[in-house]
Design a protein around this ligand. Structure first.
Ligand SMILES: Cc1ncc(COP(=O)(O)O)c(C=O)c1O
Length: 452
């Protein structure tokens, strides 16, 4: 075996095996040692095994143990072992996944993965799909398709002529839209602030009774899974009214869209498939390695119109085969769909459902445990998100800081409707019941005195 790859596999295995015993946030000393990286670029080549050793010795101890079972920050999934292995193999292939002419194998794996995803998430079976870096880019792709479609209906070719002089587009967002949705709107020239904002209820759900009547080119942006509470917009009422008014409906479903794959949770996302486009992440709840997001667009031609390019040197398959780069912002990119195919293949429909439902059951355990310990849970725990408060804003911040330093688990600070809260997001395949109990005990211990 190639000794270098063998060494990398051994080091990676040792790293993963050690996650259970080490503090989730790296030690102060390990982070301080990163300063040793700040060297002049080597003048002469170095042995590859020396480079790998430096990476492991300096890098591994300074990582956040988010691949383990007790990281609950930011809605971050782990990486199923089969997806890490598939990712390694696909990295060895080093395919440029732009087209079947350049990469027949990865084009085929991605095609199947997209079909399985549409079935699993119950999206239109003929929707276009794109593998992108995350939901930020998924939102951007889907909204580019929306921009194309609503302006085309108004007789304007936005790809050719840009937005100068174009008919104005009304963009509607909920008051709790994720900041990256605004980033996508800004990049697309639709404006981060030039939006109509609809109020939300106490869980962050858009209020259907406050959706304005729309005329002319319009895009309504909804959300499956609020980043704090996990709440879902009421899709049926919102989609019906928006479509009645001729608007395009887009759903940011970074993690919430995965409720569609879980029979126990599907009631939460009822009607989400009425929309016109969707963005979600595979690196969150499908637990594949970073980076991996998805865009789906009901009108495949709209996404293709927004993203496709032609050039004399780029082959057009004679058999009408799908060209992946017709649907993505990038031309060259890694084979993200291979990791996704591996996850879906290994888990099966039941395995995905079980993983998503298990995370939500863990969230319920956290909420029950913290409530019975006398702490205030601020949200209705419908999905995988728990917001808990420890008395005052100041005390909540202090508890979070002490918990992060304790290292048993890692949770972050947020503010929910004006009040500081600790956010627990359960999203990893690796989180076991024992991890939850150990983390719960640590949170209660730290909150009841902030001592070990
Ligand atoms: C609702 C929502 N939208 C968008 C994003 C951004 O996703 P990404 O970081 O994968 O681009 C997130 C991330 O947590 C999210 O929760």
């Amino acid at each position: 075996m190639n000794p270098l790859l063998h060494d990398a596999a051994l080091r990676a295995s040792r790293y993963l095996a050690g996650l259970d015993e080490r503090p989730v946030y790296p030690g102060v000393g390990a982070v301080a040692r990163l300063a040793e990286l700040d060297q002049p670029m080597p003048e002469h080549p170095q042995a590859a095994d020396t480079v790998l050793r430096q990476l492991d010795e300096l890098g591994s101890p300074a990582t956040m143990a988010s691949a383990g079972g007790r990281f609950f920050g930011f809605v971050v999934g782990g990486a199923l072992p089969v997806t890490v292995a598939a990712n390694w193999l696909a990295t060895a292939w080093d395919q440029n996944s732009a087209s079947p002419a350049a990469a027949p194998a990865t084009a085929a794996f991605e095609l199947v993965a997209l079909r399985w995803l549409r079935e699993l998430l119950d999206l239109p079976r003929d929707a276009a799909g794109a593998f992108v870096s995350g939901t930020t880019m998924g939102n951007l792709c889907a909204l580019a398709a929306a921009r194309h479609a609503v302006l085309e209906r108004a007789g304007w070719d936005v790809e050719a002529d840009g937005l100068f002089g174009a008919p104005p587009i009304t963009v509607v967002v909920g008051d709790e839209a994720h900041p990256t949705l605004f980033k996508a709107l800004g990049v697309l020239g639709l404006g981060r602030s030039r939006v109509v904002t609809v109020p939300v209820d106490d869980q962050g759900r858009m209020r259907a009774d406050r959706l304005p009547r729309l005329t002319g080119p319009s895009v309504v942006c909804l959300q499956a899974g609020n980043v704090n509470t996990g709440a879902f917009d009421p899709f049926i009422a919102l989609c019906e009214q928006a479509h009645h008014d001729g608007a395009w409906v887009h759903v940011d479903g970074a993690f919430g869209l995965w409720a569609q794959a879980a029979p126990e949770l599907r009631h939460l996302s009822a009607g989400v498939n009425l929309a016109d486009s969707w963005a979600t992440d595979a690196h969150k709840w499908l637990n594949v390695p970073y980076d991996s997001g998805l865009a789906f667009v009901r009108d495949a031609n709209a996404l293709r119109a927004a993203m496709a390019v032609t050039a004399a040197y780029l082959p057009t398959p004679g058999d009408g085969a799908r060209v992946p780069s017709d649907f993505t912002p990038e031309l060259s990119r890694r084979a993200r769909g291979v990791d996704v195919w591996a996850a879906l293949s290994a888990l099966g429909r039941r395995g995905v459902a079980e993983m998503v439902e298990r995370c939500c059951a863990h969230a319920q355990t956290f909420a029950r445990g913290l409530s019975s310990a006398g702490f205030e849970v601020l949200n209705e725990v419908v999905l995988n998100q728990v917001l808990v408060r420890f008395g005052t804003d100041q005390n909540t911040g202090d508890v979070i800081e002490a918990l992060q330093a304790d290292g048993t688990c890692w949770c972050g600070l947020t503010h929910w409707q004006g009040r500081a809260a600790m956010r627990i997001s359960v999203c990893s395949w690796a989180t076991s019941g024992a991890d939850v109990q150990r983390s719960l005990a640590a949170i209660v211990r730290v909150a009841n005195g902030r001592t070990r």
